[in-house]
Design a protein around this ligand. Structure first.
Ligand code: HEC
Ligand code: HEC
Length: 180
């Protein structure tokens, strides 16, 4: 195949399938990380008891490796206006938890999902559910399985679909069907 024919057939492929290679590449979110080769699977599970207690009562205690350090820092310094809630914790817990979150943040630990979560982020995201990698992986889930399902309610409710989320596992084998 010569160059011109290759271009022509590539163009035809776009017309007939509706996909261009750039679109596909965009959807697949290829991951380039500084480490990658020996990354541990998923994210590190939550190990800090005070974090589980103080930050796991309204929603699951999100593993630190799901957000970058800047995001945790901003979340921890704006707890009085936390998504419409005023979250109060003792000074001692605040220090322990902030330290725990910052040390385990995505970008500071080498886990596959942590590395992917910080891929292509802009600014300082306040939600895991707004990260590009997260959105990519969940955009095809119909609203009726999320907001329309009282057992799930929001995409932030990881554990409703990923039954092993607290262990830091999000793969297909670890369960993804929203609870009925
Ligand atoms: C009084 C209840 C409450 C407590 C306690 C609480 N949160 Fe939240 N949190 C919320 C609400 C409400 C939301 C928004 C939920 C939504 O819109 O889906 C939220 C959302 C979040 C999100 C974003 C989830 C997403 O959509 O990706 C993070 C991260 C988070 N909280 C971290 C924390 C941390 C860290 C603590 C402990 C310092 C904490 N939360 C304690 C109520 C709480
Ligand atoms: C309504 C159910 C539902 C909720 C809630 C949900 N997920 Fe998922 N998640 C899925 C499904 C289904 C997939 C598989 C998508 C795919 O790979 O095509 C998935 C894929 C993923 C993946 C990619 C796994 C892989 O190996 O490809 C990660 C990481 C993930 N979810 C993390 C989370 C986190 C973190 C939360 C909470 C902040 C969450 N999910 C909330 C259903 C859900």
């Amino acid at each position: 195949m010569n160059y011109a024919t290759a271009i022509a057939s590539a163009a035809l492929l776009v017309i007939t399938t509706g996909f261009s290679t750039t679109l596909l590449a965009d959807k697949e979110e290829p991951v380039s990380t500084p480490w990658g080769v020996h990354s541990k699977p998923g994210v590190a599970p939550v190990t800090e008891e005070s974090y589980r207690k103080e930050c796991g009562s309204c929603h699951m205690a999100y593993p630190p490796g799901l957000l970058p350090a800047h995001s945790w820092e901003r979340l921890m310094t704006t707890l009085h206006e936390h998504f419409g809630e005023n979250v109060k914790i003792s000074r001692k817990s605040w220090k322990t938890i902030t330290n725990y979150l910052l040390n385990g943040a995505a970008g500071r630990v080498d886990y596959t999902v942590s590395n992917q979560m910080i891929h292509n982020i802009k600014g300082i995201p306040m939600r895991i559910t707004e990260l590009p990698y997260f959105r990519n992986k969940h955009q095809e889930i119909p609203a009726q399985q999320v907001t329309g399902n009282p057992e799930v309610r929001s995409l932030g409710n990881c554990i409703a679909c990923h039954t092993q989320a607290e262990k830091g596992l999000f793969t297909e084998e670890s369960g993804q069907s929203p609870a009925e």
